[in-house]
Design a protein around this ligand. Structure first.
Ligand SMILES: Nc1ncnc2c1ncn2[C@@H]1O[C@H](COP(=O)(O)OP(=O)(O)OP(=O)(O)O)[C@@H](O)[C@H]1O
Length: 355
């Protein structure tokens, strides 16, 4: 049994402008111990997906339909009390902004100890010892002395490490990390991601890592789901997506990963913006921005298929699935891009830019 199995999840927000379909008939699984990445630009529905999984969608949002199975039990059917005991205990969450997770009036150590005492029923001394060990493990030097520091005495990177320690303190089965390192500089980001990965392995914790940066996913995750307009457009093992992306949107995201030694002044980004989810384009919702779009793309709604066979696929572990009409033989011109691997870094060149 998968740790998490989401089936046909649809989430709407009822706004003055109309009904925003933030998540549209979404399905995916996360296995035990797996590091699962969710990537897409702002507005793709990544955070709403995560909040649904914690059952934290609030007015004007509503989970319309679907199942969220956690260890086989549907979270959407559980009592509020049961969900509350799962949150923070079996499923923990960390956000981009460490400051919102840390209370400024208590010391960092006290806050983590309190979580441990509350969830694991530890005594005061035991909880303190576990906290110091955790602070040490997430890379906080002189953890014992720093136990009594207040959050403002920590740097941004240290605060985020403390938040990771707090999230892992109860040994959760699943850690949802929403842009956990976006606010940090790149060298600190890389170190913290490394530690997150090591700790997840050590604690045997699954991760759902949400980011707009495929480079971050490539560093940490085993498998990835690319989201666009509230839907998955590609699901694949990370290596396959990185070296052999199949959906034009994934190709666009790949081209906008910052590379060391990149001399371009600005990152190449995908022209255009995410559609207004009140009024999603017909056919493939990416077609207005897709360099390969044809007439069929304005009409036909692509489903996830195995790009090799064109047969419907879920993109569950071991499968590669992409939702593009190219793979159901509906395109005449095809997708024209090449991926070249230079060292470890794949470089993507659209057909019209090749020399
Ligand atoms: N409280 C809300 N009220 C109205 N619409 C909302 C609300 N929360 C989210 N949405 C809408 O849901 C859609 C998906 O948002 P979501 O935050 O999941 O995107 P995201 O991919 O996580 O982007 P970001 O990286 O900016 O967080 C967006 O169109 C957003 O406007």
């Amino acid at each position: 049994m998968a740790l998490v199995e989401i089936n046909d999840l649809t989430v709407n927000f009822y706004t003055e402008e109309g009904v925003v379909r933030a998540v549209d008939d979404l399905s995916y699984t996360i296995e035990r111990g797996e590091k699962f990445g969710v990537v897409g630009e702002s507005g793709a529905g990544k955070s709403v997906t995560a909040m649904s999984l914690m059952r934290l969608i609030e007015d004007p949002g509503q989970i319309e339909s679907g199942e969220i199975l956690f260890k086989g039990e549907d979270l959407l059917e559980m009592s509020e009390e049961r969900v509350r005991s799962i949150r923070g205990n079996e499923i923990a969450m960390i956000f981009q902004d460490a400051q919102t997770a840390l209370n400024p009036v208590y010391t960092v150590g006290e806050q983590i100890s309190e979580v441990i005492r509350h969830h694991l029923d530890y005594g005061e001394q035991e909880a303190k010892e576990r906290t110091i060990r955790l602070l040490d493990e997430v890379g906080i030097p002189e953890a014992e002395a720093r136990y009594s520091d207040y959050p403002h005495e920590f740097s941004g990177g240290m605060q985020q490490r403390a938040v990771i320690a707090m999230a892992l303190s109860c040994d959760p089965d699943l850690l949802i990390a929403d842009e956990p390192t976006t606010a940090l500089d790149v060298t600190i980001e890389a170190k913290i991601l490394d530690q997150l990965e090591d700790l997840a392995d050590e604690f045997d914790t699954s991760i759902q890592l949400i980011t707009h940066d495929l480079g971050v996913i490539a560093q940490v995750c085993d498998r990835v789901m690319v989201m666009y307009g509230g839907r998955p457009v590609e699901k694949a093992p990370v290596e396959e997506l990185y070296y052999d992306p199949k959906h034009p949107y994934s190709v666009g995201l790949m081209s906008s990963i910052p590379r060391i030694g990149d001399t371009r002044e600005r990152l190449q980004t995908i022209p255009g913006t995410m559609p207004d989810l009140v009024d999603v384009p017909t056919g493939c919702s990416f077609h207005p921005r897709c360099p390969y779009a044809e007439e069929a793309c304005t009409r036909k709604d692509p489903v996830l298929v195995d790009p090799e066979t064109g047969h419907e696929a879920s993109g569950d572990p071991g499968e590669h699935a992409a939702a593009c009409l190219e793979y159901t033989d509906d395109l005449t011109g095809g997708l024209d891009y090449t991926v070249e691997v230079d060292g470890e870094e794949p470089q993507i060149t659209p057909g019209d830019q090749r020399e």
